[in-house]
Design a protein around this ligand. Structure first.
Ligand SMILES: Cc1cc2nc3c(=O)[nH]c(=O)nc-3n(C[C@H](O)[C@H](O)[C@H](O)COP(=O)(O)O)c2cc1C
Length: 192
């Protein structure tokens, strides 16, 4: 029986490329036992360059395996390839619409579709502002279908000092959804 832990990380073309970098960095440093499978859309390649000044190969260097998003014959396109699930970080509204409708015309969409049909964890770091009724309807449908909608939102109660603090904390929250817990910030409650 193969006990290998695998996590699929899909990156689409919403703002938030530093979040994908931080997520892969945390996985590599703190969870080296997890084999990471990275996918990037064309939109993601644009935001990676624009927001981080990085080429796709540099992000790929942080992952165990990088897949061609057009290769719908890859292992992660099949439910028989066992994984912990998939995090789409960040998740654009176009990619959210594709997953919500089951229109799996690229590997990222197919891998997410597989997670839903196999009842595996699918976490969507959905990012757009403001959100239209169409976006909200798609996110609602995805939540109903079992996905976890985890928008990269600020939490002021942890007193973040920098954007990097916020990015780190959001990446921790995403990993915690897969049981990949770290000694991170924990709310201790308010005195009554
Ligand atoms: C710099 C930049 C930032 C963007 N930010 C967002 C965003 O936050 N949310 C979103 O839904 N789309 C955003 N877009 C638009 C998407 O990239 C576009 O809709 C694209 O077709 C998404 O395709 P994909 O989901 O296959 O990556 C952005 C585009 C660029 C160039």
């Amino acid at each position: 029986m193969d006990k290998k832990q695998r996590l699929i990380v899909g990156m689409s073309g919403a703002s938030g490329a530093p979040l994908t970098v931080e997520l892969l960095r945390q996985l590599r440093e703190k969870f080296p036992q997890v084999e990471t499978h990275l996918l990037m859309t064309r939109g993601a390649e644009l935001t990676l360059r624009q927001e981080c000044g990085l080429e796709p190969a540099a992000l790929g260097a942080l992952a165990s395996v990088t897949h061609d998003n057009q290769n719908i014959g890859a292992a992660i396109a099949s439910g028989s390839f066992r994984t912990l699930g998939m995090a789409v970080v960040p998740c654009s509204m176009k990619t959210a619409a594709g997953i919500a409708s089951g229109y799996s015309d690229n590997l990222l969409l197919r891998a997410a579709d597989v997670c839903l049909k196999e009842r595996r964890r699918l976490v969507l770091a959905a990012r757009e502002s403001p959100l239209s009724t169409i976006h909200l309807r798609n996110l609602y449908e995805l939540s109903q279908a079992g996905a976890v909608i985890l928008p990269p939102m600020l939490s002021y109660y942890a007193h973040p000092q920098t954007v990097e603090d916020c990015t780190r904390r959001t990446a921790e929250r995403i990993l915690a959804q897969f049981g990949l817990e770290q000694a991170a910030y924990e709310w201790e409650g308010l005195e009554p």
